[in-house]
Design a protein around this ligand. Structure first.
Ligand SMILES: CC(C)(COP(=O)(O)OP(=O)(O)OC[C@H]1O[C@@H](n2cnc3c(N)ncnc32)[C@H](O)[C@@H]1OP(=O)(O)O)[C@@H](O)C(=O)NCCC(=O)NCCS
Length: 185
């Protein structure tokens, strides 16, 4: 773990490789413990390293999906993944999921991951990036809006966390200028 700002600047933000499988599974298992803002409850995730490796390989082979990680001293501090649509009418869009370890949060890592994500999306011809976020996740909403994601609606009681209904916001970033230039009213 880093203990000063200098070491945090050495965090490498890059596309995942199959060799990241064990570290990625470890990252996701730790995030399941650290935050209630993501999908899995602690102990719920059942993936194996082999399954995660296959998932990474699938993303590397896909033109409209990606997985970007923040690597630091042999571990992963965060990730963002985009899963592209599988139908002709949705291949231009991708669903985004992101997480940064608590120890590294609030220091610009989410920003670096999302910059890499939108750079990839624009280069890959992805028009629409979409995600959902719990309404009380101010840090995540701030990050997404910083990158041009706009609120599209509220998903009422879409999650039940610790026995209580939680609403989510649906947000999306449409590549700047695309909707207007494609003649969509
Ligand atoms: C949400 C998350 C990815 C943000 O990553 P991060 O590395 O902390 O983000 P950054 O430090 O780059 O901050 C990016 C922006 O987020 C917003 N932000 C960050 N922390 C914030 C906070 N505590 N309150 C309000 N806004 C905050 C700001 O807009 C900030 O931009 P700025 O520094 O230019 O003002 C990270 O906190 C996280 O993974 N949390 C737990 C899991 C999670 O919530 N995942 C998303 C599920 S939808």
């Amino acid at each position: 773990m880093p203990d000063d700002a200098t070491s945090k600047q050495r965090i490498d933000v890059r596309r995942a490789t199959p060799g990241d499988a064990a570290a990625l599974l470890d990252l996701k298992l730790r995030l399941d413990q650290e935050t209630t803002f993501m999908m899995f409850e602690p102990g719920e995730r059942r993936s194996s390293i082999e399954a995660v490796r296959a998932e990474i390989e699938e993303r590397l082979a896909s033109a409209n999906s990606t997985l970007i990680v923040a690597a630091h001293e042999g571990c992963l501090a965060g990730y963002v993944e985009a899963s592209g649509g599988v139908f002709n009418r949705t291949r231009h869009s991708a669903v985004v999921v992101a997480g940064v370890r608590t120890h590294y949060a609030g220091q610009g890592l989410g920003t670096r991951l999302f910059q890499a994500l939108v750079d990839w999306a624009d280069a890959a011809g992805i028009v629409r990036l979409e995600l959902t976020v719990m309404t009380d996740n101010a840090a995540a909403i701030g990050l997404y809006e910083k990158f041009g994601f706009e609120r599209e609606g509220r998903r009422r009681c879409s999650m039940i966390v610790d026995g209580a209904c939680v609403d989510e916001l649906a947000l999306a970033r449409v590549r700047p200028g695309f909707a207007a230039s494609s003649g969509n009213g």
